[in-house]
Design a protein around this ligand. Structure first.
Ligand code: AMP
Ligand code: MN
Ligand code: MN
Ligand code: MN
Length: 333
C-alpha cells in the first residue's frame, strides 16, 4: 500500500463527490486512500472574486487568558504569527484588557491586530454572542457596558459551584477561580477545566454536556446585556458589530430571521459565516443569510486553547463567493 498525504482543493459543496473521485483515481492507479487532508481553498468566483480570502490569512475571533483562552495575549499572537496569520482580532469575552499586550506582540512580529471583543447578550431568553471589531478599547461607553456585563459573573459562579456541591463535587469555586487569570471573568470554561483536572469528565466538551450546558444540572441562567445595548456600545466606540457563530443558537427559522432583521435595524454590520462552530455545508447557508439581510460576512476560528480547540489559528477557509467581507470596512483588503 502506498501511503501518501493528499491535499484536496475544493469549493465546500462537493466533498462526497470529490472523495469518491479521488478514491477511484487512486484505486485505478493501485493506491489506497489513507488520509484525506482538507485544505479548503475555494474555486474562483465566476465573474471575479468577491470576498475570497485566498490572498490574506486572517482570523477575526479568538480568546486569551483575559477571558477563557489558555494562552496569554502575547503567546496567542506569537502562535498566530507562527502559523501564518497576517490579520488577527483578539475578541475576549466582555473584556478588552488583553489588547495592549497583544498589540505589543503584534508590533514585534509584524502582524496586524484588530481591537475586538465578544459581548455576551441575552436575546429572547437565549445567550447570543456579539463580536465587536475595530472598537476603541478606550471608549468609556463601551467600557461601562462591558463592566456591567461582567458584573454578574461572580454571583453566577457561586451558584454554579453550589450546584456542583449538591452533586458531591466540591471545591469548584476555588478551582475555577484559580484557573481564571482575570478575576472578573470566571466563566463556565474555567469550571469545565476544573472538572477535567479533577478527573470528573474526560474533556471540556463533556463537562458542558453533563453539567454546565443549557438544561444541564449545574447550568445557571443569567441575564446578559441586551442586544440593542451591546450593538450600541460597539458602535459608540467606532466598531462594527458581528453576530458570532449564528449556527450555534437553538433558534428556529422564524427566530433567526427576527434576530437578523433586528440586528440589522440596530446597525449591526455582519455575521460570522466561517467559524469553527459551523460545518462546511453551513458556510453557504450563512453566506445566503448575510446577503439576504444586507450584512457583511466575517471569519474567525474562535480559538481558545491548543489542547481544546479543534480549529487552530491560521487554518480558516475562505468565505464563499458572493460574501462582502467585513474586513473591507476595516481597511484590510
Ligand atoms: P460563559 O460565558 O461563562 O457562559 O462561558 C461560555 C463559554 O463556554 C463559551 O465562550 C465557550 O468557550 C464555552 N462553551 C460553551 N458551550 C460549550 C461546549 N458545548 N463545549 C465546549 N465549550 C463550550
Ligand atoms: Mn469562550
Ligand atoms: Mn462565542
Ligand atoms: Mn468566542
Amino acid at each position: 500500500m502506498i501511503t501518501r498525504r493528499l491535499m484536496v482543493r475544493e469549493s465546500g459543496v462537493v466533498i462526497p463527490e470529490l472523495v469518491g473521485s479521488v478514491s477511484q483515481a487512486l484505486h485505478a492507479a493501485g493506491c489506497a486512500l489513507v488520509e484525506f487532508t482538507f485544505d479548503y481553498i475555494p474555486l474562483p468566483c465566476p465573474g471575479g472574486a468577491v470576498g475570497a480570502t485566498e490572498l490574506i490569512n486572517l482570523d477575526l475571533h479568538c480568546h486569551s487568558t483575559h477571558s477563557d483562552g489558555t494562552l496569554r495575549p502575547d503567546e496567542l499572537v506569537a502562535r498566530a504569527a507562527q502559523r501564518g496569520v497576517e490579520v488577527l482580532a483578539l475578541t475576549d469575552h466582555d473584556d478588552t484588557g488583553g489588547l495592549a499586550e497583544a498589540h505589543a506582540a503584534a508590533r514585534r512580529l509584524g502582524l496586524r491586530l484588530i481591537d475586538g471583543v465578544e459581548i455576551s447578550v441575552t436575546w429572547r431568553g437565549q445567550t447570543v454572542h456579539i463580536v465587536g471589531l475595530g472598537i476603541d478599547p478606550g471608549n468609556s461607553i463601551l467600557q461601562t457596558g462591558l463592566a456591567t456585563t461582567r458584573a454578574g459573573r461572580a454571583a453566577r459562579a457561586e451558584k454554579m459551584a453550589a450546584a456542583l456541591d449538591s452533586l458531591g463535587i466540591q471545591g469548584s469555586l476555588d478551582g475555577a477561580r484559580a484557573l481564571a487569570e482575570n478575576p472578573q471573568l470566571v466563566s463556565r470554561t474555567h469550571f469545565a477545566r476544573f472538572l477535567v483536572q479533577g478527573g470528573v469528565v474526560k474533556d471540556v466538551k463533556s463537562a458542558f454536556k453533563r453539567f454546565l450546558g443549557a438544561g444541564q444540572p449545574c447550568f445557571v441562567p443569567h441575564q446578559w446585556a441586551n442586544l440593542a445595548d451591546a450593538v450600541g456600545w460597539i458602535k459608540a466606540s467606532g466598531g462594527m458589530a458581528v453576530i458570532a457563530h449564528p449556527g450555534r443558537y437553538p433558534f428556529d427559522t422564524g427566530q433567526l430571521r427576527d434576530l437578523l432583521s433586528e440586528f440589522r435595524a440596530l446597525g449591526g454590520a455582519a455575521i460570522e459565516v466561517v467559524t469553527s462552530s459551523h460545518k462546511p455545508h453551513q458556510y453557504a447557508t450563512y453566506a445566503a443569510h448575510a446577503r439576504q439581510y444586507g450584512l457583511a460576512a466575517s471569519a474567525g476560528s474562535d480559538f481558545h486553547s491548543p489542547q481544546e480547540s479543534f480549529h487552530d489559528l491560521g487554518q480558516l477557509p475562505a468565505l464563499p463567493c458572493g460574501c462582502v467581507p467585513v474586513w473591507n470596512a476595516l481597511g484590510v483588503s
